[in-house]
Design a protein around this ligand. Structure first.
Ligand code: G3I
Length: 522
């Protein structure tokens, strides 16, 4: 086995060495939305200026005494690459003011400056400041947004954005390294989490039973840097209906929670310093019917919108309070709402949530999650069939409304695919469309079904995995994680379609090697 893997790797590496870097068109490399803080932007001044996230996805600069007093951020720029820079600015104090994006760079400890992009903002109007920049070689680069002739003006900025030739900058930031190997019961094989360490987390879901299997978890530790309980943090595992029913006799808004099912995986992650992605706070499926009814009795009428929102608040605050007390820092991100958009119409799907709360239930859920989540927790909306245009339009509309609220951080693409569907063009189009919104991204539930385990089908499956990984590498600066939905085919939710990276004995499939070195797959 070890020899076979080494041979395959050797041929993959040879192909990889021949693979060039794409350079047509421009792709977004970075965008600040300030939804969850300053995103690394700091005040540049002699000490008086300050920056703070405000309003909807904007950063405010105050306390300025000189034009150069500004918001600035370090960027890893590559000499010779032509970048497009843009930012929206607004000021509410003078008839008009001139703004610039500038760069402070240093070489051998000597700092110098260039003004790169220009715009004039009329009072109260969001104004685009844009330009291009091809850096010379310096030791470091700080991009900052400043004024000319308005040294004390307060202003707000949003959507600071850098575009670069597609693939170039991302690839140059992540030079091909030696493939990191790890020892498993099948000998020495490459490690997914090490291979992707400079791009994003590589993870999987773990079924409850596997979380108690020491051998399986030891293997997972070598391969994955983020784990998600497959079912154990869903409302039907977390909501304690009996206890809630008892409490409801006094207070209809109560919601009792318990975590017996998720504990083994939570304990594992805490003990081994592995991140967890939480799935899921609000879903139409796998949620007890009683949650929506008076007295937690499915035979009684639905509760009112007010009671349901109060139950939701108690549920969400209960989840975060428990995690904070028992597993602080373990869950780094959550699917706040899952699959709210209807496949056919692109509108919100019919569900108890829509029926009892109304068509703002997703917005309210995110508002509550933001209220109770520890600072820095990334909040995701998660859905499937994003590549299908009608549904995609509905998803984008929903995301835009959450972005306007300033409550969402990212979008999770489930990607439960078949080798024949959807097309890679459709998958790439939906990833690029949602990336252009400026949200964080994750592939939350990747698996690719094949009709048989013939060599031809396994090769097609490997190719699609490779294409998806290349795509996600091209947007790696916005991507938090790629997670497969299971480890071995026999424990997949659709095991009949052999959709994962490992065989039942945890030996790697061609798809695994394709994920390790996607550029080598033709
Ligand atoms: O645990 C019970 C067991 O006691 C009982 O004997 C058995 C009888 O059917 O059911 C077992 O529960 C099953 C559970 O998985 C745990 O294995 C449920 O029936 C089964 O419906 C459930 O399926 C899960 C499915 O969500 C439910 O909708 C899958 O494991 C899980 O992979 C799947 O995950 C979803 C994501 O949450 C959201 N995106 C789609 C994805 C795939 O459907």
């Amino acid at each position: 086995m070890k020899k076979a893997i080494s041979l395959l790797l050797a041929s993959l590496l040879l192909l990889a060495a021949c693979a060039g870097v794409q350079a047509e068109g421009k792709a977004m490399l970075y965008q600040s939305n300030f939804t969850a803080g300053t995103d690394g932007w700091v005040a540049r001044s002699m000490g008086t200026a300050a920056v703070e996230p405000v309003e909807v996805n904007a950063l405010k600069v105050t306390g300025r005494q000189s034009d150069w007093n500004s918001a600035g951020r370090d960027f890893d720029l590559i000499p010779g690459v032509e970048y497009a820079l843009s930012v929206q600015v607004r000021q509410d104090d003078v008839d008009s003011a001139d703004f610039m994006i500038s760069v402070a760079h240093s070489r051998g400890g000597v700092e110098s400056y260039e003004n790169l992009a220009f715009g004039t903002a009329e009072k109260g109007k969001w104004t685009l400041v844009s330009g291009a920049y091809t850096p010379d070689a310096y030791d470091n680069y700080i991009l900052y947004v400043e004024t000319t002739g308005a040294p004390t003006l307060d202003f707000v900025m949003r959507f600071f954005r850098i575009d670069a030739p597609q693939g170039t900058a991302e690839a140059a930031n992540h030079p091909d390294l030696e493939i990191p190997m790890t020892t498993t019961e099948n000998g020495e094989i490459p490690s997914l989490k090490e291979t992707y360490a400079s791009y994003f987390d590589f993870g999987t879901c773990v079924p409850g039973m596997q979380a108690r299997n020491a051998e399986a978890m030891a293997f997972n530790l070598t391969q994955f840097s983020i784990l998600t309980p497959e079912n154990e943090l869903k409302p039907d595992s977390v909501l304690d209906v009996a206890a809630s029913k008892r409490l409801a006799a006094q207070d209809e808004t109560a919601a009792a929670v318990h975590f017996d099912a998720a504990k083994p995986l939570l304990d594992f992650c805490k003990k081994n310093g592995v991140k967890m992605h939480g799935h899921v706070l609000v879903w139409h499926s796998q949620t007890p019917e009683a949650f929506f009814h008076e007295g937690y009795d499915a035979g009684k009428p639905f509760v009112t919108r007010e009671v349901m929102l109060a139950r939701l608040e108690n549920y969400i605050s209960g989840v975060f309070a428990y995690m904070q007390e028992n597993y602080p820092g373990v869950i780094v991100s959550w699917d706040v709402v899952n699959e709210a958009v209807d496949d056919g119409t692109g509108k919100l799907r019919k569900s108890n949530w829509l029926n009892v709360v109304g068509d703002d239930f997703v917005n309210r859920a995110f508002e509550l999650a933001r209220k109770y989540a520890p600072e820095g927790t990334l909040l995701y909306y998660n859905d499937y069939n994003t590549a299908i245009l009608g549904k995609q339009n509905g998803i984008v509309k929903l995301l835009e409304s959450l972005m306007a609220d300033g409550t969402v951080d990212g979008y999770g693409f489930q990607m439960h695919h078949e080798i024949s569907f959807p097309s890679m063009q459709a998958i790439e189009a939906c990833v690029r469309r949602i990336a252009a919104l400026g949200l964080r991204l994750r592939v939350s539930e990747l698996d690719i079904g094949i009709p048989s385990t013939s060599e031809a089908d396994l090769a097609k499956q490997a190719k699609m995995y490779a294409e998806i990984m290349k795509l996600m590498k091209s947007v790696s600066s916005q991507t938090d994680a790629v997670q497969v939905w299971g480890v071995t085919d026999n424990y997949s939710w659709r095991s009949d379609k052999h959709p994962l990276l490992f065989n039942a004995d945890r030996s790697p499939k061609p798809a695994f090697l394709a994920v390790i070195r996607p550029e080598a797959v033709q």
